[in-house]
Design a protein around this ligand. Structure first.
Ligand code: GLY
Ligand code: MN
Ligand code: MN
Length: 434
């Protein structure tokens, strides 16, 4: 399951059509990162580089010019290196497999850049890439120094981020198919975890169940560090230590999603280690679930992005008052953000090649209206610190989040992570079979 070569070319064409003539886009994918001594982390291409090229190897540069013509600079073919480290596509592979109009080995970066930037009016690149920014400045200065020999240095620089972010924000049918598969692999992993948990297990042992299903299903790695948080650990939003023993009576919060073809899934479920919610756990869980359902209704074409968060906050705040965790009028508690003691994150984010995908949430100062093809998470939660002495002790140390991935469609929201238990009765039924 992958994006077709034709789609990469169409993306480059569409990008260039938005730029003035004589623009050159420059991207780099980044280098292998050392883990320790001579061991590297597995390489993962830069998301926007990958979006426009599909090229998976480290150390590569891409120049896009004209109507989308790609020049790829790659690591050279090297039989000895390939004997130790594996296959490289090299120059020929860049042309034949990745549709590059031209290709060169990375040692030829500077002369290739001079050639391509000579006579270009503007260079378009990610301003966030400081190293590339420095290289481009050097290439430009070197061209300017050769002006008397006829070289023409580019005069304008433009940030690629807003252009590529807006493109990546709307997913096409190929992307949606991969994302639904990543979502469904993740659903299976969460089902496996819910069916195998028991008090006395260590959090990492439950994490192993997730990784097993991801890998067995073809997703070689998670899209982000797995969060397997029992008891009060669930109140740490990005808890990744995953090294404690799961106790009888704990809730377990798992936030984990597979990465497939570089696309992310992002799911959270919270369930009782012993298979049965206690009364306070069930009360808070039902509140988060009600907030989820209220938020989901707002995920409609044309609705402002902020609406689903606001709907969730209203349900959560009113519920916290009804349960006695907050005192006062919900309207005032929302205005002064009193709910943030228990709910300190937003109700979702864009999802795609990055788990927190690119794309602004406001356009011209206004909350962005939702469009068909956007994918986002919905993830309301409640977190009661174990040290919160202002609430009855039965609530303390409970952390709950429910998270699904949703595609915005004309005919209403479509939950890509469908089929995973989230109602209390569904979770308890699934766990009793485990
Ligand atoms: N897994 C990170 C998040 O839910 O935003
Ligand atoms: Mn998320
Ligand atoms: Mn998540």
């Amino acid at each position: 399951m992958e994006i077709s070569r034709h789609t990469y070319l169409e993306r480059r064409k569409s990008l260039m059509a938005q730029l003035p003539e004589k623009s050159v886009v420059v991207l780099r994918t980044g280098e292998l990162a050392t883990r320790n001594n001579d061991c590297d982390y597995e390489f993962r291409p830069h998301s926007s580089f990958f979006y426009l090229t599909g090229f998976p190897e480290p150390s590569a540069y891409a120049f896009i010019s004209g109507e989308g013509e790609l020049t790829l600079l790659t690591l050279p073919k090297d039989p000895e290196k390939e004997q130790w480290e594996g296959f490289r596509h090299g120059r020929q592979g860049a042309i034949e497999t990745f549709g590059a109009a031209q290709a060169a080995v990375i040692e030829e970066l500077a002369p290739t850049a001079f050639d391509l930037l000579n006579g270009a009016q503007q260079v378009v690149y990610l301003f966030s890439d400081a190293e590339l920014q420095q290289q481009i400045a050097q290439w430009r200065d070197a061209l300017a120094a050769k002006a008397r020999a006829g070289a023409i240095a580019p005069t304008h620089m433009q940030d690629l981020e807003p252009l590529v972010a807006d493109m990546r924000l709307i997913k096409d049918a190929e992307e949606i198919a991969i994302m639904e598969r990543a979502a469904q692999i993740s659903v299976a992993a969460h089902q496996q975890a819910m069916s195998s948990v028991h008090p006395g297990m260590y959090e990492y042992q439950l994490e192993a169940e997730l990784n097993y299903v991801f890998m067995k299903s073809g997703a070689r790695q998670p899209a982000y560090n797995n969060i397997v948080a029992s008891g009060a650990n669930a109140c740490v939003l990005h808890y990744i230590k995953n090294d404690e023993e799961i106790a009888e009576g704990d809730l377990v919060l798992i936030d984990a999603g597979a990465e497939l073809g570089c696309y992310a899934a992002d799911i959270t479920r919270t369930f009782p280690a012993n298979g049965k919610f206690s009364e306070p756990q069930a009360a808070l869980y039902q509140l988060v679930l009600d907030a989820y359902h209220a938020g989901l209704k707002e995920l409609q074409v044309g609705t402002a992005y902020e609406a689903f968060h606001n709907a969730a906050v209203e349900v959560l705040t009113t519920g916290l008052v009804n349960l006695g965790l907050l005192q006062g009028e919900p309207k005032a508690l929302i205005e002064n953000k009193a709910y943030r003691d228990f709910y300190m994150h937003n109700t979702g984010h864009w999802l795609g090649l990055d788990v927190h995908d690119c794309g602004t949430y406001k356009v011209a100062g206004e909350s962005r209206p939702l469009q068909a093809g956007m994918v986002l998470t919905i993830e309301p939660g409640l977190y009661v610190s174990k040290d919160n002495l202002s609430v009855d002790k039965k609530w303390r140390g409970i952390g709950i989040r429910i998270e699904d991935d949703v595609l915005i469609r004309e005919q209403g929201p479509y939950v890509l992570t469908h089929g995973l238990a989230k109602e209390i009765t569904e979770i308890e039924a699934l766990m009793s079979k485990g």
